[in-house]
Design a protein around this ligand. Structure first.
Ligand SMILES: Nc1ncnc2c1ncn2[C@@H]1O[C@H](COP(=O)(O)OP(=O)(O)OP(=O)(O)O)[C@@H](O)[C@H]1O
Ligand SMILES: [Mg+2]
Length: 302
């Protein structure tokens, strides 16, 4: 199979509002594919259409070559989902949450029990095996939801902000697990607001805004094509700004910092120090965050 997910002119409309507006993307087998974008961009709406939780308004969508509109049962059997909101069953313990969920897939009880133990170990929750899930911390719940998404041994994982609210240790743990799952041949689609996470995990990604896809590419390609290799930052003072203008170097002001995007950060840093008498000069590699802010703006999204 050439693609695991194929979307063409995909639209989701709520009344007269288009949450997803004619998007095209394809996800290849074995890759980690990311959806980035500000709040309300349409990421979760897109995930829900893929996971057969919400019908599309128009366009075409196929998952493993099947139409979510007519083959949701077959598709659901092959995918694992981590939803954006934590939706564990509060009546049950940690391990029971996994075993009960296995029933939806018709997994025999003994198999489910054995798998549940292994999955608890996988997300390092064995210690909390018999605790009611109301007694788990927020990060532990997220880890349990990841384990739950794996009970049917899915080939495709749909993860909507899998590491939201996790501490750095737990986040690194999830990254390791996702890399392991990928190395075993699984395909992973994820959304995240942590751009470092996207940079580390995603083979390819799209940045969405207002229901549309702005750009697509690997993290490195996007940084190279939309920002450049380096960024030089200095304090925002009238002297520095005037000096940069005088030298014909374009810059951007964000808060109390002046930023220069350049393929020659050393030279620009030297000029800033020597000619502009800047006091705090810092050079750094351009990141996906620079691309994100450049393309989606710095203002808060409503
Ligand atoms: N059931 C619904 N009815 C009406 N509007 C909806 C519904 N679900 C989502 N929307 C709207 O669709 C838009 C996209 O929402 P969506 O949840 O897909 O955004 P998102 O990119 O996942 O954002 P976030 O980063 O905050 O999770 C928003 O404007 C939202 O208010
Ligand atoms: Mg969302």
């Amino acid at each position: 199979m050439e693609t695991v997910i194929e979307a063409s002119n995909l639209v989701k409309q709520f009344g007269s509002f288009r949450a997803v507006d004619t998007i095209n993307f394809s996800v290849r087998p074995g890759e980690v594919f990311g959806f980035l974008g500000p709040n309300g961009a349409g990421k979760t709406t897109t995930m829900k259409m893929i996971q057969c939780a919400s019908p599309r308004t128009s366009g075409s969508l196929s998952v493993f070559g099947l139409d979510p509109g007519t083959h949701s049962h077959e598709i659901k059997a092959m995918i694992g989902v981590v939803p954006q909101e934590t939706n564990l069953d509060t009546e049950f313990s940690t391990i029971e949450n996994l075993i009960v969920y296995s029933r939806y897939f018709g997994i025999p009880k003994e198999v489910a029990e054995e798998r549940a133990e292994k999955l608890l170990d996988f997300v390092q929750l064995t210690e909390k095996r018999d605790v009611n899930i109301e007694k788990l911390s927020g990060g532990m719940k997220r880890r349990l939801i990841l384990a739950r998404a794996l009970v049917n041994q899915p080939k495709l994982l749909i993860l909507d902000e899998p590491t939201i609210g996790l501490d750095p240790q737990a986040r690194h743990l999830i990254w390791e697990k996702l890399k392991l799952l990928r190395s075993l041949g699984n395909t992973i689609v994820l959304t995240t607001h942590y751009l470092e996470e996207a940079e580390r995990l995603c083979d390819r990604l799209v940045i969405m805004n207002n229901g549309t896809i702005l750009v697509e590419g690997s993290p490195a390609e996007l940084v190279r094509d939309h920002v450049g290799s380096g960024i030089v930052e200095a304090e925002h003072s009238p002297e520095v700004v005037e000096c940069l203008s005088h030298m014909g170097i374009s810059y951007e002001v964000t808060g109390d910092i002046v930023q220069v995007v350049t393929d020659n950060p050393r030279l620009v840093a030297q000029e800033l120090l020597r000619k502009c008498d800047a006091k705090q000069v810092l050079t750094r590699a351009a990141t996906l965050e620079d691309v994100f802010l450049k393309l989606t703006g710095r203002g808060l999204k409503e």
